[in-house]
Design a protein around this ligand. Structure first.
Ligand SMILES: Cc1ncc(COP(=O)(O)O)c(C=O)c1O
Length: 394
């Protein structure tokens, strides 16, 4: 059967190979004194708090399960709007909020509503691999721009201006970023947005990890910069609801009808049960629990990253959010007699039963030198991981 060129353009997720090999080895070593520790996980190790679970059960029991409007339940859009006011002091009217099946559907909707064939979207290298494919599935082209540690692995206004060409349509940023956990400095973001705006382009910013921010200097939403940005967000990370498939995006008001049309036709609506459950995320009891968990994520970062550094796994920019560390493994790989982040990841898997993510999928600039550690794991597990790393590299 002939597969479309569009589908052929979508590259495989190479790290899935690592994950598969890790699962196979994990089964073999499950009953030893060194079972596999997974430091490659891209989702919180917490589940939705009690009020959210109860709200979902209630929606099912009461039969509140019909389709919702394509833009989402009005009550949920209102609650998200209030959350922007409470948490960020920013006025984001509910009519600009579109509820989606996760940030993934939001990114897909934004790309389908805004990108024409051949349009180019600038994004940092490294960045979240799926972003290239959302653009390419809309027949656009992702242009990856290599970044440096001095830039916090984010785009700069200078680089955006330099890379802007006839076909450039806009930028797609993520702050904090996956895989680096680093955010764009607010002044730089303002400058980037000015460059984009002056060229009539689009600033799309993925703020899915913004709830998990640990440094007040980087904790403000980009929506404070104006009402002409698109912000992508989700219940997956801060709200611990990955599998519930619920997110949202904030779009300029003029764009709502186009997004609504695409959403009506391609998705009908996001999960009704998940939407009813998500209303309970904003209850004071749930928000207090989310803040406790955020403190736990920060404590893990504060423990783990200095330990990596002591072992020669340099983390050039301290992550200010999310649960990732982007570490240069060159020196550690040499110690193990291997070359490059791919072989280093396999060496850690086989010799220490630690699964990490090699840089490969996140771009091509320096990704052979970098690996991503995830700290979405308990402190005792992270401590055991450090003991094993010390035995191997110390
Ligand atoms: C930067 C980034 N954006 C979007 C997503 C997709 O999230 P969702 O579960 O909301 O679709 C992820 C998931 O890991 C991510 O890391």
């Amino acid at each position: 059967m002939q597969v479309s060129k569009r589908a052929q353009r979508i590259e495989p997720f190479y790290v899935m190979e690592v994950a598969k090999a890790a699962q196979a080895l994990a089964r073999e070593v499950a009953d030893t004194n060194a079972p596999m520790i997974f430091l490659n996980i891209g989702e919180p190790d917490f589940t939705a708090p009690p009020l959210v679970q109860q709200a979902a059960a209630r929606a099912v029991a009461q039969g509140n399960t019909q389709y919702t409007p394509a833009l989402g339940l009005d009550a949920l859009r209102e609650r998200i709007s209030q959350w922007y006011a409470q948490r960020f002091g920013v006025d984001v009217p509910a009519r600009r909020i579109v509820v989606t099946a996760g940030a993934s559907a939001a990114l897909q909707l934004a790309c389908l509503a805004l990108i024409d064939a051949g349009d180019e979207i600038l994004m940092p290298d490294p960045s979240y691999p799926c972003n290239r494919h959302f653009v390419s599935a809309a027949d656009g082209k992702a242009v990856l721009i290599p970044t440096t540690a001095a830039e916090r692995f984010q785009l700069s206004a200078e680089k955006v201006a330099e890379a802007w060409g006839d076909k450039t349509r806009g930028v797609l940023l993520a702050s904090p970023s996956n895989p680096t956990g680093t955010s764009i400095a607010p002044d730089e973001l303002r400058r980037i947005h000015d460059v984009v705006r002056a060229r009539g382009g689009l600033t799309i910013i993925d703020e899915i990890y913004l709830g998990l921010s640990y440094d007040p200097a980087y904790s403000q939403t980009a929506l404070a910069l104006g009402d002409d940005l698109i912000s992508i967000n989700s219940f997956s990370k801060y709200f611990n609801m990955t599998g519930w498939r619920l997110g949202w995006m904030v779009v300029p008001e003029a764009l709502v009808p186009a997004v609504e049309r695409v959403a009506q036709n391609l998705f009908i609506c996001a999960s009704t049960i998940a939407q009813h459950a998500a209303l309970a995320c904003f209850e004071p009891e749930s928000l207090a629990e989310y803040e406790r968990r955020r403190a736990e994520f920060k404590a893990r970062r504060d423990y783990f990253i200095p330990e990596l550094e002591k072992l020669g796994l340099r983390v050039p920019v301290m992550p200010d959010g999310a649960f990732y560390a982007w570490a240069d493994c060159s020196e550690a790989a040499r110690k193990l007699g291997v070359e490059g982040s791919w072989d280093f990841a396999y060496a850690l898997m086989q010799r220490a039963h630690l699964t990490i993510t090699p840089g490969r999928d996140f771009g091509s600039a320096q990704t052979a030198q970098f690996v991503r550690f995830s700290t979405a794991n308990s402190l005792p597990q992270l401590q055991e991981a450090v003991r094993r790393l010390r035995a191997l590299l110390g």
